[in-house]
Design a protein around this ligand. Sequence first.
Ligand code: GTP
Length: 416
Amino acid sequence: MLKAVILIGGPQKGTRFRPLSLDTPKPLFPIAGKPLIQHHIEACVKLPECREILIIGSYTTTHMAQFVSDMQKEYHVIIRYLQEFTPLGTGGGLYHFRDQIRAGNPSAFFLLNGDVCADFPLKQLWYFHQERSNALVTIMGTEATREQSVHYGCLVLEEPSKSVTHYVEKPNSYVSTLINCGVYVCSLNVFHIMADAFQRKQDGFYSGNGQGTPHPGYMSWEQDVLAPLAGTKKMYAMQVTNWWSQVKTAGSAIYANRHYLMLSNKQDEDAKKDICHVFSEVFIHPSASVDPTAVIGPNVSIGAGVTIKAGVRIKESIILNNATIHEHSLVMYSVVGQEASVGEWSRVEGTPSDPDPNKPFAKMDNTPLFNTDGRLNPSVSILGAGVVVPAETILLNSIVLPHKHLTRSFKHEIIL
Ligand code: GTP
């Protein structure tokens, strides 16, 4: 029997995802018509040995209850949410709930960062882990560019065994182009190593050497567990070439939307062509009302209860539940929040932030909101929940906070 653990952080995390995370916790933000971590759950349930999925975070149970209950009904595995009493870091929550993970004596458990998206090769990862009998942790690794690698956990491997000889989380200078994808298989014995790491953290905290550690139970999986495991021949990495990315900013959500649509689009293409003119790939929720003269796609997800009026053009965008896009308006490279409204003949447009197609292995640059001059970096446009864009206005590379009623056009601005 196998289990899976998904780390989702809490309301303090995901700040680069605002204002989209103001109404919906980032792990539940819909990508290709499904909450972000439902894609993780789908990857786990494909393995018949996986019997339980534990979601660990510090969101309140009220935030997560409906989602967990929906997932429990949809998939025939046990799915539970375990709430940390305070953010305990990527390792602290895992260690705190170790008895729940160990219960039933699973052979191993998958550990998945909730903010990554990928074509998760969990079966191969599990086989790879099993082939190395002394492995406590197997990391899914992927190639990045030399410049971008330093923003991730970097791995150095011994060949041909693939054991990790060196691990540095976000190094100051170049270490390796092989990076940690935040997807792992762990044997239960990893908790013995974590017990030592936990003890060291406790000793440091109470002797005053905690170096700003927010809580004695706080532990970083990457720095306190993975880094010391390197060179012990108990940690291995499986390098993959499958699609992998992270969801940090709204721009990365549009990018992830495209890939998940390509991977999981099960909706009947012909049925969608009956609704309106579509360019693949597109997700249209069955309850959305779309005028037959609208032209949608590629890379568009339309949520429940959305109304798309005549002559509308939408591409490379996510339209959240109950939004209305009025006649002849255009939406591209944008996220339109729940119950927002775009007036007729208006234009809401952002700038794509895809990885550089000319650089092999390039990942998304999760550029900060502002550049060094204090100006807004060009990015996707975001309309927060309930925003009203009047008729005949242009919104270019702008972010509008929830419930704002605009009265004119804006370019490169945050409208508070
Ligand atoms: P950043 O670039 O700072 O975002 O770092 P990162 O990409 O390495 O991500 P980070 O280590 O912050 O988080 C990795 C995963 O763990 C994400 O899915 C987070 O939501 C999750 N996570 C982070 N901190 C916590 C925590 O305190 N508790 C739990 N349960 N999950 C966490």
